[in-house]
Design a protein around this ligand. Structure first.
Ligand SMILES: [Zn+2]
Length: 308
């Protein structure tokens, strides 16, 4: 799109990792107990086990089991979540988090529980999306065991998509926390930061949670200013990415940098600098590295590089 200013929004080149779900979520069937029971009993049904925020992998592939096998490990229906239909096959998530040693339940060749982020960038898109979905829902259930209104215990309902309060009857629904993540562009440079929690040498886009009563554009400008003192003008949307690690929805933007001077205001940010295209095309030669290939941060940088 022609733009008279130097700030030119860049379109997303391809879908982000953890998007592109192959599932029909079939939300209208979740409260149909007969349908869910038939789905669980279906010989085509499969399940993705989750253990304490880790998914199951065999080599570099996601590991699914038939529900018939998995029901022998865990028959409590409250630990099963209906995720949807994958080409008519019912897909469930199963929470094994209450077992100290889940491998004792599983066959010897079951694979290994691991953080999906170790595999997310190379898994087939559909598998990465389904596993992230399973992990996110189970995390939310675990954080919703008690009602935020009255403090009574909650129990899963609607095939795991509602936590129902046994005291006041409130239904609690899954939450995603909106977070803005933005690549600030000024002339032909971009602003990247090194947070204290990052691996050594990694520089990434700035990011932060949206606060109550705040628009996304306002959150972009506020976060950048809070962390670096850089003022942002125009803000342009790029793409979004589910980031259930543990419960975020990342909303990716480009921001027009209006000022150069960097002033550290946030203790979480150890460093921030302006980087050129040349530096970003060969980060190792310039003594830094870019964020992981599964992240929208990396995609924002790569799409900016490709546009220049
Ligand atoms: Zn309650």
């Amino acid at each position: 799109m022609p733009n008279s200013s130097r700030f030119t929004p860049v379109r997303a080149s391809r879908p982000n990792v953890y998007t592109g779900s192959p599932l029909d979520r079939a939300a209208e069937r979740r409260s149909d107990a007969a349908f869910i029971a038939a789905a669980l009993a279906s010989p085509d049904a499969v399940v993705a086990p989750v253990w304490r925020a880790q998914n199951l992998f065999q080599g570099e592939a996601a590991r699914f089991f038939s529900t018939a096998d998995a029901l022998a490990w865990e028959s409590d229906p409250q630990r099963w979540i209906f995720l949807g239909l994958w080409e008519e096959r019912p897909v469930f998530a199963l929470d094994l988090g209450h077992h100290e040693t889940p491998h004792d339940l599983l066959p010897d060749d079951a694979g290994t529980f691991a953080d999906i982020r170790q595999h997310g960038g190379i898994l087939p898109a559909g598998e990465a999306s389904v596993l992230a979905y399973a992990r996110g829902l189970i995390h939310w259930q675990g954080r919703t065991r008690f009602c935020g209104v009255c403090g009574s215990p909650c129990v899963p309902a609607s095939a795991g998509h509602v936590m129902h309060c046994t005291g006041c009857g409130t239904d609690h629904f899954p939450r995603s926390d909106p977070a803005v993540i933005m690549l600030v562009v000024r002339d032909d440079t971009i602003l990247l930061g090194h947070a204290t929690r990052f691996p050594e040498g990694m520089y990434s886009t700035l990011a932060g949670f949206v606060e109550p009563g705040e628009s996304l554009e306002e959150a972009v400008r506020r976060e950048v200013y809070e962390e670096t003192g850089v003022q942002v003008g125009d803000v342009a949307y790029h793409s979004s990415q589910p980031w259930p690690f543990p419960s975020s929805l990342m909303l990716g933007f480009y921001g027009e940098g209006l000022t150069d001077a960097i002033e550290f205001r946030d203790a979480e940010l150890a460093d921030a600098r302006w980087f050129t295209r040349e530096m970003c095309r060969a980060p190792e030669a310039h003594g830094f590295r870019l964020p992981g290939p599964d992240s929208i941060a990396r995609r924002l940088i790569e799409d900016w590089l490709a546009a220049g």
